[in-house]
Design a protein. Structure first.
Length: 252
C-alpha cells in the first residue's frame, strides 16, 4: 500500500464529527485531532475553558448533554446543515471527590452513574438516527473499567458499565452498519486529575505504575480516536483500546 493510500485510509475529509465534552481535556484534544485529519468538528460542552473556535475545522456549541431535548435539537440542526453526522465521540464525564465506599452516599453514586453511563446511552440513542451506515461511535471509558481503584465506586461502576455497553451497542447498531468502540485512558493530565498531578508523591507513583514512565497527555488519545473514526478501522467494532502507557499490563 502506497503512502497516498495510507493517508486516504486515515483521512476524515468530508466527514462530520460531533464531540461531547469537547471543550477541554481529552475531548478537546480529540476534537482538534479529528479536525486535523480533515473532519468538520462540532465540539460541545457546558463551560469552555480553552478557546477552540480558533482551531481550524472545529467549532464550539455550548450545551448541557443532560438536556436531551436540547441535544436532540442540536443533532437535527447539524444534520440539516451538513447532511449527516458521521462520527460521534462521547468524552463528557465527571469524577466526584473520592470517599470510602462505606461512606458513599447513594445520591453521589447515582449522580456519577447518571452522568458517566446513562447520559452516554441517551446521547448515542439521540445521535445515531442522524448517522448513515459506516458511522462511528467512540465512547471514552477508563482503565477504571477493569481495574479496582479506591474510594470512587460510582466512577468505577460507571466506566465498567460503559465498556460493557460498548459491546452491547456494537451488536445493536451493527444492524445499521454503525460501529461502536471505546477508548480507555490511563492517568492523563487534565483538570480532573490536576490535584494528583500536582502532588509530588502521587505524581511519582502514577508514573511508576506505567511502563512508559510518564503521565499521559490529552493529545495521546487523538491517534486512537482518528483510527476508530476512519476507514482504517472499518472492520473493528465492539472493542476497547487501552491508551494507558502500559499501566494495565505491568506486573512488578
Amino acid at each position: 500500500m502506497g503512502v497516498n493510500s495510507m493517508v486516504e485510509l486515515f483521512s476524515l475529509e468530508g466527514k462530520v464529527a460531533l464531540v461531547a465534552g469537547g471543550s477541554r481535556g481529552i475531548g478537546r484534544a480529540i476534537a482538534i485531532g479529528l479536525g486535523q485529519a480533515g473532519a468538520s468538528v462540532i465540539a460541545i460542552g457546558r463551560t469552555p475553558t480553552q478557546a477552540i473556535d480558533e482551531v481550524d475545522r472545529v467549532s464550539y456549541r455550548s450545551i448541557d448533554i443532560t438536556d436531551q431535548a436540547g441535544f436532540k435539537g442540536l443533532c437535527s440542526d447539524i444534520s440539516n446543515k451538513h447532511g449527516q453526522i458521521d462520527i460521534y465521540v462521547h468524552a463528557a464525564g465527571i469524577s466526584l471527590p473520592a470517599m470510602e465506599s462505606s461512606q458513599a452516599e447513594a445520591d453521589r453514586f447515582a449522580t456519577t452513574v447518571n452522568t458517566n453511563l446513562v447520559a452516554p446511552f441517551q446521547c448515542v440513542g439521540s445521535v445515531t438516527p442522524y448517522m448513515k451506515p459506516s458511522g462511528s461511535v467512540i465512547l471514552i471509558s477508563s482503565i477504571n473499567a477493569t481495574l479496582g481503584f479506591p474510594d470512587n465506586p460510582g466512577y468505577v461502576a460507571a466506566k465498567g458499565g460503559l465498556t460493557a455497553m460498548t459491546r452491547a451497542l456494537a451488536v445493536d447498531l451493527g444492524k445499521r452498519q454503525i460501529r461502536v468502540n471505546s477508548i480507555a485512558p490511563g492517568y492523563v493530565h487534565t483538570k480532573m486529575t490536576e490535584l494528583s498531578y500536582q502532588d509530588p508523591d502521587t505524581h511519582k507513583e502514577r508514573m511508576r505504575r506505567t511502563i512508559l514512565g510518564r503521565w499521559g497527555e490529552p493529545e495521546d488519545l487523538a491517534g486512537a480516536a482518528i483510527f476508530l473514526a476512519s476507514k482504517a478501522s472499518a472492520y473493528v467494532t465492539g472493542q476497547e483500546i487501552l491508551v494507558d502507557g502500559g499501566w494495565s499490563v505491568k506486573g512488578l
